[in-house]
Design a protein around this ligand. Structure first.
Ligand code: NAD
Length: 436
């Protein structure tokens, strides 16, 4: 039997062993889904703390329960840092980080390290799927030659696809299963094998003609968001100068039943994807002598938002006879978006750093982030402050950066002397509320 026929059969009969490499925000939900339908899943991660936690049935992501991990464990899931075991897997799904380096260029070191780690274990009849967001051409130009250095040919003995993750952490409406999955294979047979893998766990698999088209699809989705958020952030500044409430305008425009999609302004752009991924295309487009002006412009507008918000805080304090220097400023919400615990690229970090630089005394409150664990760029020796009438009254300014549903907005309004609202959470004007 041909390796592809055998592998498709093993996948369809759920006898295949699934390897998930990178057990983070993307890898963990995927592991749970494959376990749930009856596959044996082996998880790989270089972080021994994560491996130990999972093997002990513990979780490290707020919206994934320990109960779900425990259930997967009882269905045969285990985690390891030993990459020599990759040979046990029939399908290997790579979900490792793809950040930017300090020159804002793609950093594929995690993808390359992972690929190099599995090459010695490759055997005929395996599928490799890259899920990490990246520039068009990565799967063909970076992964394929490395995998083929094993002597196995892609499309004959080995199968290679790109299938980007689509996730909306904290959104209960969609699950891994119900979010359609885009997939492109290096060859048509690679695509068929990829469909056999994902078709077992995802309701709709959308196949494309190539890995490059699939890579570009993911970038289009994220660029679309970055550019539209940049647009509303720019309009927010214009509206502010004209004394118009941008949120009122967006609510009204959103009543149009066609041709308009609402995007909401904020204190900047956060998360692991939207502020970063568009620049993967910017970098690759340069190879073709092209500039991606929309991406650069949106990046510039969004990156300047924290400084604009700090200006609004300074003006609001000034109007009350106070300076930023020496003021007690309580930042509400340090996760990058509401109802999640993820602080990656969160604009709150930049807001806190800018305000501290100007001499403010910073504290924060975030029910999803009880301790401020140091990050690559930011470090604050702080714990989340409980929101009480006394803690609110004891501030000069409350800066609403991330509007978690768990905040008591009536309590905040009743006791904070000044609220700078970057999310349009307070719709009714009040003397102590300033829009930013
Ligand atoms: N978080 C999201 O909502 C989201 C959505 C869509 C796409 N993505 C993309 O998915 C990819 C992964 O993102 P994430 O949010 O899951 O990141 P993450 O940081 O939560 O998880 C990545 C995991 O990979 C591990 N890791 C790093 N190097 C490794 C290696 N060489 N071998 C094995 N494991 C390794 C890390 O320890 C970590 O546990 C990125 O390309 C990201 O852009 C993320």
């Amino acid at each position: 039997m041909k390796p592809s026929t055998l592998l498709i059969q093993q996948l369809e009969q759920r006898e295949a062993v699934i390897g998930i490499v990178g057990l983070g925000y993307v890898g963990l939900p995927l592991m749970l889904r494959f376990s749930e339908v009856g596959y044996r899943v082996l998880g790989f991660d270089i972080d021994p703390l994560k491996v130990d936690a999972l093997n002990a049935g513990r979780t490290y992501i707020e919206h994934i329960s320990a109960e779900a991990i425990g259930k997967a464990r009882s269905q045969g899931f285990s985690a390891t840092a030993d990459f020599s075991r990759a040979g046990e897997c029939d399908a290997l799904i790579l979900c490792v980080p793809t950040p930017l380096n300090k020159h804002r260029e793609p950093d594929l070191s995690y993808v390359v390290a992972t690929t190099d780690a599995i090459v010695p274990t490759l055997r005929a009849g395996q599928l490799v799927s890259l899920e990490s967001t990246t520039w068009p051409g990565t799967t063909e130009e970076v992964l394929r030659p490395r995998l083929e250095s094993s002597g196995l040919r892609v499309g004959e003995e080995l199968f290679l696809v790109f299938s980007p993750e689509r996730e909306d952490p904290g959104n209960p409406t969609f699950s891994t299963r119900s979010i359609p999955k885009v997939l492109g294979g290096v060859t048509p047979i690679c695509t068929r094998v990829g469909e056999a893998l994902y078709g077992q766990v995802i309701d709709q698999v959308v196949t494309l003609s190539s890995t490059r088209a699939a890579e570009m699809t993911k970038l289009l989705e994220n660029i679309h968001r970055a550019v539209n958020i940049g647009l509303v952030n720019e309009l927010k500044i214009v509206c502010e100068r004209m004394d118009i409430d941008i949120h009122e305008v967006i609510r009204a425009a959103a009543t149009k039943p066609f041709g308009f999609t609402p995007y909401y302004p904020g204190p900047g752009l956060g998360g692991h994807c939207i502020p970063i991924d568009p620049f993967y295309l910017t970098w690759k487009a340069r190879e073709y002598g092209l500039n991606t002006r929309f991406i650069e412009l949106a990046g510039e507008v969004n990156a300047n938002m924290p400084a604009w918000v700090v200006g609004r805080v300074a003006d609001a304090l000034n109007a009350r006879g106070k300076a930023v220097n020496g003021s007690r400023i309580l930042v509400l919400g340090i996760a990058y978006k509401k109802n999640v615990d993820d602080r990656r690229e969160s604009p709150s970090m930049e807001l806190m750093a800018l305000l501290r630089e100007k001499g403010a005394e910073i504290s924060y409150s975030d029910p999803h982030v009880p301790h401020f664990l140091p990050m690559r760029k930011y470090s604050f020796n702080l714990e989340s402050v409980p929101l009480t009438p006394a803690t609110l009254q004891d501030t000069d300014c409350v800066l609403l950066a991330t509007d978690h549903d768990r905040f008591d907005y009536a309590l905040i309004k009743a006791h904070a002397p000044l609220i700078v609202d970057t999310r349009g959470r307070y719709q009714e004007p009040a003397p102590q509320i300033v829009r930013a």
